[in-house]
Design a protein around this ligand. Structure first.
Ligand code: CP
Ligand code: NVA
Length: 305
C-alpha cells in the first residue's frame, strides 16, 4: 500500500474494497461504544488552508475516538507555499506527529508535502480532488443499495474536484458515471481521458442535466463555486441556469434513486430545499460516513488493520 492517500486511485480495487470493509467494521465498533484505542499516544496534524466543517470535525472526532489526539493548524499557523514551503512543513510535522492530513489549494503542494513527509499524508481536499469524500460516498452507496455494481451516478453541476475524484474512482470500480455540466465548466480533460481509457466504467461528460439524470440511481451535486472561486458565484449563477437539482430532475431518475451532496449546500442554487429534505436525500448519512471511512483510511495507512 502507498504511504499516503492523495487520490482514490493510489489504491488498487482490492485495497479500496478492503478499506471499505474495514470502515463498516470500525463504524460498528464505534456505534457499540466498544473500547478500541489503536491510536493511543498518537497525534494527527491537520493543516487547513481553506474552511471546513465536516473534514475538520470528522477527522478530529474520529481520531480522538480511536484514542489519539489531533491538532488543528489553520492559515495563521501554517501557510503552505507562502510562510513556509511544503517540503519544510513536511519534515517539521513528521518530527512531532504520526500522521498528517491537509486541505490545501494547490494540488502540487500536497504531492510535495507527501514526498518529504516521513509519516502518512492524507488529502483532505485540494483544488484538484477530494478523495476522502468519494471513499465515504461509496460506503454510503453500498449501505443504501447493498452493492456498488450496476449503478448509474449522475453528477449535475460544476466539473470540479468532486468530479475528478469520481472519475478516478471509475478507474477502480465499475460504474456508469455521467457529469452534466455547463459547456464552460467541464472537469479536467486529462482526468476524463484516464477514466475513459481505464475501460472499467462508462464515463461521460454531457451538458444535459435531464438526459444525465435519466435512469440514474444516484443524483449527485456540489456547489457551483468551490472554495477559492467564491468571487465568481454571480457570474456562475448565469451559466448554471437549468443545473439545479429540483424535484422534476429527480423525477427523471429512477424511482429508487437517491440524492447526494458532499455539503455544504447552497439551497436554492445547485439544489432545492425540497430535494434536500426529501426521503431520497441521504446527504446526512453521507456526511456521517466521512468519519467512519476516514477512520478506516487512517488505520490502514498506520498499519493498524
Ligand atoms: N464535504 C466537505 O468536505 O465538507 P467541509 O468543507 O465542511 O469539510
Ligand atoms: N467543491 C467544493 C467541495 C467542498 C467540500 C469545494 O472545493 O469548495
Amino acid at each position: 500500500m502507498n504511504k499516503d492517500f492523495l487520490h482514490v486511485d493510489d489504491w488498487t480495487q482490492d485495497e479500496i474494497l478492503s478499506v471499505l470493509d474495514l470502515s463498516v467494521e470500525v463504524k460498528q465498533k464505534l456505534k457499540n461504544r466498544e473500547p478500541y484505542a489503536p491510536f493511543k499516544g498518537h497525534t494527527l496534524a491537520m493543516i487547513f488552508a481553506k474552511p471546513s466543517a465536516r473534514t475538520r470535525v470528522s477527522f478530529e472526532t474520529g481520531f480522538y475516538r480511536l484514542g489519539g489526539h489531533s491538532l488543528y493548524l489553520g492559515p495563521a499557523e501554517i501557510d503552505v507555499g507562502t510562510r513556509e514551503s511544503a517540503k519544510d512543513v513536511a519534515r517539521v510535522l513528521s518530527a512531532y506527529n504520526d500522521m498528517i492530513m491537509a486541505r490545501l489549494f494547490d494540488h502540487a503542494h500536497i504531492i510535495e508535502l507527501a514526498r518529504y513527509a516521513s509519516v502518512p499524508v492524507i488529502n483532505g481536499l485540494t483544488d484538484y480532488n477530494h478523495p476522502c469524500q468519494i471513499m465515504a460516498d461509496i460506503l454510503t452507496i453500498k449501505e443504501h443499495f447493498g452493492r456498488l455494481e450496476d449503478l448509474k451516478i449522475a453528477y449535475i453541476g460544476d466539473g470540479n474536484n468532486i468530479v475528478h475524484s469520481w472519475l478516478r474512482m471509475a478507474t477502480r470500480l465499475p460504474m456508469h458515471f455521467v457529469c452534466a455540466c455547463p459547456v464552460s465548466y467541464p472537469p479536467d480533460q486529462a482526468t476524463f481521458e484516464i477514466a475513459k481509457q481505464a475501460s472499467i466504467s462508462t464515463v461521460e461528460i454531457s451538458n444535459d442535466p435531464f438526459g444525465a439524470a435519466r435512469d440514474a440511481d444516484v443524483v449527485y451535486t456540489d456547489v457551483w463555486a468551490s472554495m477559492g472561486k467564491k468571487h465568481e458565484l454571480e457570474e456562475r449563477k448565469r451559466h448554471f441556469k437549468g443545473f439545479t437539482v429540483t424535484p422534476q430532475l429527480m423525477a427523471a431518475s429512477r424511482p429508487t434513486a437517491v440524492f447526494m451532496h458532499c455539503l455544504p449546500a447552497q439551497r436554492g442554487l445547485e439544489v432545492t430545499d425540497e430535494v434536500m429534505e426529501s426521503p431520497a436525500s441521504i446527504v446526512f448519512q453521507q456526511a456521517e460516513n466521512r468519519m467512519h471511512m476516514q477512520n478506516a483510511i487512517m488505520l490502514k495507512l498506520a498499519g493498524k488493520a
